[in-house]
Design a protein around this ligand. Structure first.
Ligand code: AMP
Length: 412
């Protein structure tokens, strides 16, 4: 198959920050971009050559979109099957409709993982009635359209399960065993049209209110756990025949074993640090993979950390960007969203460091400085040279300021 070369046009289904960062990488390499989503003036639309505003169910708009581009990719997995098939009938869709069908539905995804021998959380299917004899605690998750903990309720008894299922309007669900994990990990990787596979190693993620808060790379795990996580990821890519970038989210248990939480068939929030820290970012890698080009070098310049900037930071006052940018190591990425709602991903910051933990200390301290004004902490935290951030990740700014930094970041 002939590669899709610079000068060609990339179609993106979805127009949020993942599409924006892909569009930036594509523009840098001389591609044109068309995005389709139901919204106007979107993060990706602001970068695109053409922003088509249409519902994913509008198959006539999807066909017009597909005819304008050389290849289509996506930035979210919940593209309706009919839209994926309509696209595929006109132009290559990478990853394809089959990958989407499996990964957009928790039951299909878990059945796929179990059937192929990948380690997965214990689960039972809930379709028409509730099972009896369940073990608790457990998490009830809707089978479709879940992300960032949406459509999930933790339950501790039959009564709570019944109430939770009612709350989820008795949709098809998965009841998943609660995993007392030690840490959460992810592996972002890419696979080309020729089957070539590259990964970025293992990342460690921490969440606040089910939303990714901080990623460090590389994760501090044993060689065995890392090897298992990478082998599982590669196996999933090959079994699903993924062409493009995807992320496998995993739980690390205290005995060092890893189990798959879920698969995202697209660039992932935990991979954002590859923009600044790796030779080839996850977005350039997605572009290369879907265009049938050789994959880029995934190696890191240095260990790194990324902290998300949520809309909460805009309350009650806008963030203090000047305070943030006094940290010379910080790279700021904002997504061009006008409305800063609590919990909304508005941007992220990345820093490189001597270790992942060291880099995490820098992004935490920088984000705290950003917040200092909005939580009315005075005086602002002074800029920190890298040397003042200890390897344990805590900023060495004296007891009082360190306490302010911690309380400012706790409410995140
Ligand atoms: P998900 O949307 O399935 O990725 O879940 C969001 C977050 O909820 C995960 O990153 C975990 O922090 C937590 N979570 C999800 N499933 C489980 C589970 N079975 N056991 C423990 N925590 C979970």
């Amino acid at each position: 198959m002939k590669p899709i070369l610079p000068g060609s046009t990339i179609g993106i289904l979805g127009s949020g920050q993942l599409g924006r960062m892909l569009a930036i990488a594509a523009r840098q390499m001389g591609y044109k971009i068309v995005v389709l989503s139901p919204d106007a003036n979107t993060p990706a639309g602001q970068i695109a050559d053409l922003e088509i505003v249409a519902s994913y169910d509008d198959l006539s708009a999807i066909r017009k979109f597909a005819k304008k581009v050389d290849v289509v990719t996506l930035e979210f997995e919940n593209v309706p099957a009919a839209a994926a098939l309509a696209t595929e009938s006109i132009v290559p869709l990478r990853p394809g409709a089959e990958v989407l069908a499996t990964t957009q539905h928790r039951l299909r995804e878990k059945n796929f993982l179990r059937a192929n021998g990948f380690p997965v959380t214990g689960f039972v299917e809930i379709t028409s009635e509730l099972p009896s004899g369940c073990s608790y605690p457990a998490i009830l998750k809707t089978a479709g359209f879940g992300y960032d903990g949406k459509g999930q309720i933790k339950v501790a008894s039959d009564d709570e399960l019944r109430a939770a299922w009612d709350q989820l309007e008795r949709q098809p669900c998965v009841l998943e065993a609660f995993v007392p994990f030690e840490r959460e990990l992810s592996v972002v990787a890419a696979r080309g049209l020729d089957g070539h596979f590259v990964d970025y190693g293992v990342f460690e993620n921490s969440h606040q209110n089910h939303i990714l808060d901080l990623t460090t790379a590389p994760a501090v795990v044993t060689a065995k756990s890392a090897k298992d996580a990478l082998a599982i990821t590669r196996g999933i890519f090959e079994k699903l025949n993924i062409v493009g970038v995807a992320c496998v989210e995993l739980f690390l248990k205290s005995d060092g074993t890893v189990i798959v939480n879920e698969i995202a068939p697209r660039p992932h929030n935990s991979g954002h640090l590859t923009i600044d820290a790796a030779t080839t970012s996850q977005f350039e890698q997605q572009l290369r993979a879907i265009c049938g080009l050789p994959l880029g070098d995934p190696r890191f310049h240095a260990p790194a950390a990324m902290a998300n900037l949520l809309g909460d930071l805009w309350q009650p006052n806008p963030p203090d960007w000047a305070a943030l940018l006094q940290f010379p190591e910080i790279r700021l990425h904002l997504y061009g969203k006008d409305e800063a709602r609590p919990g909304r991903k508005m941007g992220h910051i990345t820093a490189l460091g001597k270790s992942g933990v060291h880099a995490a200390g820098i992004v935490r301290a920088a984000r705290a400085a950003l917040q200092a004004q909005s939580v009315q902490v005075q005086p602002l935290v002074a800029p920190l040279p890298v040397e003042d951030i200890a390897d344990d990740g805590m900023a060495d700014v004296g007891a009082v300021d360190a306490e302010l930094i911690r309380s400012a970041s706790d409410g995140f």
